[in-house]
Design a protein around this ligand. Structure first.
Ligand SMILES: Cc1cc2nc3c(=O)[nH]c(=O)nc-3n(C[C@H](O)[C@H](O)[C@H](O)COP(=O)(O)O)c2cc1C
Length: 203
């Protein structure tokens, strides 16, 4: 059973979540887990001005995803930073290249799930994940979130990302905050949860 974790990250927050998601998925017996990033579409000079050049080196070794890899997976977990309450343009552009998969129904019946990051606590993590789900539903995917069985999303003793829609992290307005232990635990839970469903569907 193949699990694909595919993300875009500018400053490393979504990448850290993606690694935790992959780690959780690998805990499921029989899961063959692959980590990929979507192609960058911004020019080097823009990335430099945005302060992304150095942080992106930390995950430059992650192979760039192809559309065919989506079709080959049994479950796909997508990670994106929030852009005005929606997914980032890099992810949108990648998904907009999947018209052929939509036409052939290649993703129908696969499990799809989303995790996210935003700068501020209420900056649109939930809207990013929920609006992303619309694309997955158009592709005929079975949408999975982060069940409340992950008890860490109940806590009020610290600021935390994570909702029934998916794992998330709060990056801080300068990207200064790192994913917390609770947010990483949510990401691992989501990866394990999706891989467990995929294992049942492919039995
Ligand atoms: C064009 C743009 C729009 C953004 N829109 C939002 C937003 O609506 N809400 C928010 O909290 N953060 C917003 N951010 C901040 C990013 O979500 C934040 O940098 C990202 O989650 C960090 O994740 P990364 O390190 O994986 O890139 C925006 C950033 C950019 C560049």
């Amino acid at each position: 059973m193949k699990v694909l974790v595919v993300f875009y990250s500018m400053y490393g927050h979504v990448y850290r979540l993606a690694e935790a998601v992959a780690q959780g998925a690998r805990e499921v017996v029989g899961a063959d887990v692959v980590l990929r990033r979507v192609p960058e579409i911004l020019p080097e000079e823009v990335l430099e001005k945005m302060g992304a050049t150095t942080p992106q080196k930390a995950f430059a070794q992650v192979p760039v995803c192809t559309v065919d890899e989506l079709a080959a997976a049994d479950a796909i977990l997508f990670g994106t930073p929030t852009r005005f309450g929606n997914m980032c343009g890099q992810m949108r552009q990648f998904l907009d290249a999947t018209g052929g998969l939509w036409l052939s129904g290649a993703l129908v019946g696969k499990v799809g799930s989303v995790f996210a990051s935003s700068a501020t606590q209420h900056g649109g993590q939930e809207s990013t994940i929920l609006t992303f789900h619309v694309t997955l539903l158009h592709q005929g995917m079975i949408v999975a979130g982060l069940p409340y069985a992950f008890q860490g999303q109940m806590r009020n003793d610290e600021i935390t990302g994570g909702s029934p829609y998916g794992a998330s992290t709060i990056a801080g307005t300068q990207g200064e905050r790192k994913p917390s232990e609770n947010e990483l635990a949510a990401a691992r839970f989501q990866g394990r949860h999706v891989a467990t469903i995929a294992a049942k569907l492919t039995r």
